[in-house]
Design a protein around this ligand. Sequence first.
Ligand code: F6P
Length: 504
Amino acid sequence: MSDAIAATWQALEALPKRTLKDLFADKARLERWSGKLDLPGGAVRFDWSKTHLDADNAAAFLKLAEATGFVQKRGAMFAGEVINVTEGRAVEHTALRGVGRETSTEEAFALHLRMKSLVEAIHAGVLGEVKHLIHIGIGGSALGPALAIDALTRDGAMAQVHVVSNIDGCALEAACKACDPATTLIAVASKTFTTTETMTNAHSALDWLEANGVADPYGRVVALTAYPDKAVEWGVDETRVLPFSESVGGRYSLWSSIGFPIALALGWEEFAQFLDGAAAMDRHFLETQGLDNLPLRAAFGDLYYSRLRGCQTRACFAYDERLRLLPSYLQQLEMESNGKRVKADGSPVDGPTAPITWGGVGTDAQHAVFQLLHQGTNLVPVDFIAAIAPGDDLDPAHHKSLLANCFAQGAALMAGKEAKDPARAYPGDRPSATILCEELNPATLGALIAFHEHRTFANAVLMEINAFDQFGVELGKEIAKAIDAGGTTFDASTEALLREAGIK
Ligand code: F6P
């Protein structure tokens, strides 16, 4: 750690920890820490006033940003420089939204045109009637499409998409049961086109088509990958292979051809709006300096709680049924990106890195896990996400009550309540942030996801780690392969389990 970085952390630790009640004595607090950003899908309010960020710790965090080279590193990402140093790659998911190095945005535009042509040809019936798409992928090749499709197709879809990720055959079997093989396409989504779960499911899906009378199963497959040659070698016709750049990380890939099922379900126009919403957030992140930069401000809050208040988790509750998959999406984004123990230069980190991301949907979570948030011994910073416009056509009382509950939780966490009976007392002073959208639509969702991508990146820069590799997932995969291959002896417990399950 450089002297300047060490000095800022020391300064941060030395600052008094003021209560939220105390902070709200400042009449200008709301205006300073809560504001609306105009975005293509409508304005979005980012209210960080109920967090413990204040002028003093924010000033120190801005010094930390300076000492860690935040502005240069942000510039390097958008310029397509090799910032994923451990894998020797640039990080160019923003180019897919038209923001980044010119050659990369041009390449991304051309690849999108190719994807658009295929989507429109399928809609026009070139592959016959297509009612269903079984989208096979895992991790970043599944979570983003699943979230966007679940959020945005509540009023109907141009094709019914079933996302299958788990190697557990129950997942694919359920999808197959819901589909008519004669009107089903299979998307094989894998950046590497080698992932065991995906390739196993893809083979079984082809078997299912063949067993159900489809004459040319490979003719029903679309491949979404950064390694098009592998897809062609596997048997997919080149015209149905949609490539994307190796500089797009798996968990950042829903904007690439991995988003094919989103475009097929929504239509190209709405997919383009999704990209535009994200691009607006890219420009905000790239062009806004200091505390007004919302993803950077959110990262300051994240680090305040993880490094200065010992919070081991952070929670996100969407008060919107359409965003019920957002917490699982954020889990991969944040924990796979920033769950690290060494810095980008290989030296040990100076403190905790990514907290455990968890969450759920309001109001359900209120009746399940909120007890711990209000009275438990863990301090958990919470994000609430909601939309002012309802997603349903029922009695407006539903939505009014949904929003009232959302805001009530933030107020209750902060205010707490005194009571004679300790079991009935609430300590209060518990932080939350609220993201309130005018409405949830493709552009807003794009902006929301891009906000979290940039927040994750800003966190990584401030902790001096590389957010873009994920070597921690490899060891388990290697051992699973060794088990499959046989011949390796493991520890006594693992050996016993393998024997009992009949694998050895
Ligand atoms: O195992 C982790 C991981 O590499 C993720 O980072 C990635 O999103 C997922 O597997 C799927 O990888 P692929 O798209 O190459 O199949």
